[in-house]
Design a protein around this ligand. Structure first.
Ligand code: TRP
Length: 324
């Protein structure tokens, strides 16, 4: 069976770059797999977030965001990592076969060390918990960005090592890097990213979003001068939100000469057209944490059925199952 699994860390404001570059492609992918799992990696977030109110809010922001963007909790398994106790037992068992050198070589860990960040044991064993997230559900494919590819390879290494030691019990996963997913330009032309402080928050109110769009960097071409749409970040963003007809019409306006201010106003409008209904859905979902929790708990219940079956195999394989 083809099983895909996506882990999402609740790490703050979701922006347009996350929406176009990660959320939309991830939700579309649901069609391609017999089973797809999406979970909020709330326990992973504890390696860096120490503010309980903030973490709580970010978990529910994220759940409401994915549902508002179209994730269907009946056709997928959508849950919180913290609701699956089996993950933590499997992480321990995998940790017992993980060579220390393998974790020493993890890029994310090495980068944190190089940056002089305080290193807790959670950061160090992060890849083992992530391996458990993946392996617990017999995942075959993990769609990830480049930064997470090595972590999936570590999960694969651990599954293979387990199988060499204990027989063919676990399914070794593959990372899948979607090369087609484009980089979304931010306000300064670099990739839209929180670390560059150049983002447009996905759920910004229209006035705030418009203000940010007006700040997008442009060159000094005068308004009437013909412009190359392909070379313009404003047009690139416009096309991503517009219908093909709207994009074609806008392309002609660029060629005829459009002022940057008008181009930005048009971009803000097309964004609002597409995002207004989603934002309304988001706000309604976000207003009811109890309902969100119920949705996530239902997903967790179904996920645990699979998790328990895997753990029965794992426990028997390593010799800690109870006698029949
Ligand atoms: N480490 C991932 C990130 O930072 C989140 C994550 C946790 C994850 N567990 C996972 C992703 C399992 C894929 C599979 O984005």
């Amino acid at each position: 069976m083809k099983v895909s699994l996506t882990g999402i860390k609740p790490s703050g404001t979701v922006h347009i770059g996350n929406y176009l570059g990660a959320i939309v492609p991830a939700i579309e992918m649901t069609q391609r797999y017999e089973r797809s799992l999406y979970f909020i990696a709330d326990e992973h977030a504890l390696t860096t977030v120490e503010d309980p109110a903030k973490l709580h809010a970010q978990i529910f922001d994220l759940a409401a965001t994915w549902l508002a963007c179209g994730l269907d909790p009946r056709r997928t398994l959508f849950y919180r990592q913290s609701s699956i106790p089996e993950v933590f037992e499997l992480a321990w068992i995998l940790g017992c076969i993980a060579p220390k050198g393998l974790l020493d070589r993890a890029h994310a860990y090495k980068a944190a060390v190089a940056a002089g960040e305080p290193i807790n044991v959670g950061i160090y064993t992060y890849p083992v918990l992530m391996a458990a997230d993946i392996i617990l559900f017999d995942t075959t494919v993990v769609p990830v960005g480049r930064d997470q590819k090595q972590h999936v390879e570590i999960a694969r290494d651990l599954a293979e090592k387990f199988n060499r030691l204990y027989g063919r019990v676990l399914v070794p996963p593959e990372p899948e890097i979607n090369e087609e997913v484009m980089t979304i330009p931010g306000l300064d032309g670099r990739k839209m990213s929180k670390s560059y402080d150049n983002v447009i928050p996905l759920w910004a109110q229209p006035a705030e979003r418009r203000k940010l769009v007006m700040r997008i960097k442009t060159n000094s071409q005068p308004p009437e001068e013909p412009k190359d749409p392909e070379g313009s970040e404003i047009f690139q963003l416009y096309r991503l939100f517009a219908s093909p007809e709207q994009a074609a019409a806008m392309s002609c306006r660029y060629a005829a000469g459009i002022g940057w201010a008008d181009a930005k106003v048009a971009l803000a409008e097309v964004m609002e057209e597409r995002l207004a209904p989603l934002r309304a859905r988001y706000e309604a979902l976000r207003a009811d944490e109890t309902a969100l929790e119920r949705t996530l708990a239902e997903g967790a219940g179904r996920a645990r059925t699979i998790a328990c079956a895997t753990m029965a195999r794992v426990r028997a394989a390593v010799g800690i199952a109870s006698p029949a």
